[in-house]
Ligand binder design. Structure first.
Ligand code: KIV
Ligand code: ZN
Length: 389
């Protein structure tokens, strides 16, 4: 009998938090194009923008709300009436919708940014969650900078939001400060301490300042979070957010451990990643996990030899499943005879042992002076070697 696996809801904020990356602003049409790709990718919740922030943002959220009944569309708002009104209006035509409202929870933010006391923030949370709940069934409450907040106060704030009808509680690591064990512990603590926590869904929203956004999101899943907020390629403020493709592939590649499922259709990952990179003018690092140029390329002779015998020797994911055009072998100074023979045979040329040795010597001279040897250059070596005979 097939066991029903716990589902992790993928909340995509590429078009809101992702767009907050410096220089990443999208034009209206680009936003619509990316929304379409994200829906096809299979995200569960789409946060297409911040409706109150500009007429263009409002219109983009409104248009996306009308186009995609298959996803839940989320309107982002500060805990103030004007923002909530704009989010409610922009998402009015969505088949499934949510208002996502946030307020800071840490004393650092309360003192220096909001200039409010803890009691005032709690009161505002109550009023604004209740206000939003008049218009929509689903309210997500985010306690901004949760990881630097005093934890008992955080639990009180969450309890207040739940009492007023918030159905999703998001605990963001706004400045990417937490260590994975601390982040998981925060979820356990709040889920234990806040009354009503057993009736709501917990969500994690991690930033990547210390390179821990994916690890922290996984720690939150272990501690009971069922929704993870992500962006494609990890784009976002400063060093960005939890990368969608990394999180999804960590869950999928190690499903033996996690026993969880998402709705993401892996075969679209690569294409969506390239589109986001192109439209946001944010190049992808060559060594970026999952979608970087080098993620499935192998230069060393030992690795190439292993791969030619069995791909599992040095690959833990199948690039074909991710829609990645796959060039297994990159020739360079570390490459060996096996790889050269394999590459040449792709051009229909079979070399005997002497010919291969000759090509190999010529190839090495080439390779010492450049980073990679192109197929054309290899074929020149082959031509020269065969001409010598
Ligand atoms: O990083 C953050 O805290 C956020 C929230 C307001 C969800 O983007
Ligand atoms: Zn954020």
């Amino acid at each position: 009998m097939n066991e029903v696996k716990r589902h992790i809801s993928i909340f995509d904020t590429t078009l809101r938090d992702g767009e907050q990356a410096p220089g990443a602003a999208l034009q209206f049409e680009q936003k619509l194009l990316l929304a379409d790709k994200l829906v096809r990718l299979g995200v569960d919740v789409l946060e297409p923008g911040f409706p109150v922030s500009s007429p263009g943002e409002f219109e983009a959220v409104q248009r996306i709300s009308r186009l995609y009944p298959q996803v839940e569309v989320c309107g982002f708002a500060r805990a103030v009436r004007g923002d909530i009104d704009a989010a409610v209006k922009a998402t009015a035509d969505a088949a499934k919708r949510r208002i996502h409202l946030f307020i800071s929870a840490s004393d650092i933010h309360l003192t220096h940014q909001l200039r409010m006391t803890r009691a005032e923030v709690k009161q505002r949370t109550r009023e604004m969650v209740a206000y939003a709940r008049q218009f929509v069934d689903c309210v997500e409450f985010s306690a901004m900078d949760a990881t630097r907040a005093e934890q008992s106060y955080l639990a009180e704030l969450v309890e207040a939001a739940i009492e007023e009808g918030a159905g999703i509680i998001n605990l963001p690591d706004t400045v990417g400060y937490a260590m994975p064990h601390e982040f998981g512990e925060m979820f356990r603590f709040v889920r234990r301490e806040a009354r009503g926590a057993e009736n709501v869904c917990f969500s994690a929203h991690c930033h990547n300042d210390l390179g821990l956004a994916v690890a922290n999101s996984l720690a939150a899943i272990e501690a009971g979070a069922n929704q993870i907020e992500v962006t494609v390629n990890g784009v976002g403020e400063r060093t960005g957010n939890c990368a969608l493709e990394e999180l999804v592939m960590a869950l999928d590649t190690r499903k033996d451990y996690w026993q969880l499922e998402t709705n993401v259709r892996m075969e679209h990952l690569y294409e969506v990643s390239r589109s986001v990179s192109r439209m946001m003018h944010m190049p992808i690092a060559f060594n970026k996990p999952v979608v970087g140029r080098n993620a499935f390329q192998h230069e060393s002779g030992i690795h190439q030899d292993g791969l030619l015998k069995n791909r599992n020797t040095y690959e833990i994911m199948d690039p074909v499943r991710l829609g990645i055009p796959h060039e297994l072998i990159v020739l360079g100074k570390h490459s060996g005879r096996h790889a050269i023979k394999h590459k040449v045979s792709q051009y229909g040329i079979e070399l005997n042992a002497d010919q291969l040795n000759d090509v190999y010597d010529r190839f090495k001279q080439f390779a010492d002076n450049q980073k990679v040897v192109t197929d054309q250059q290899l074929l020149t070596c082959v031509g020269e070697a065969l001409d010598q005979e």
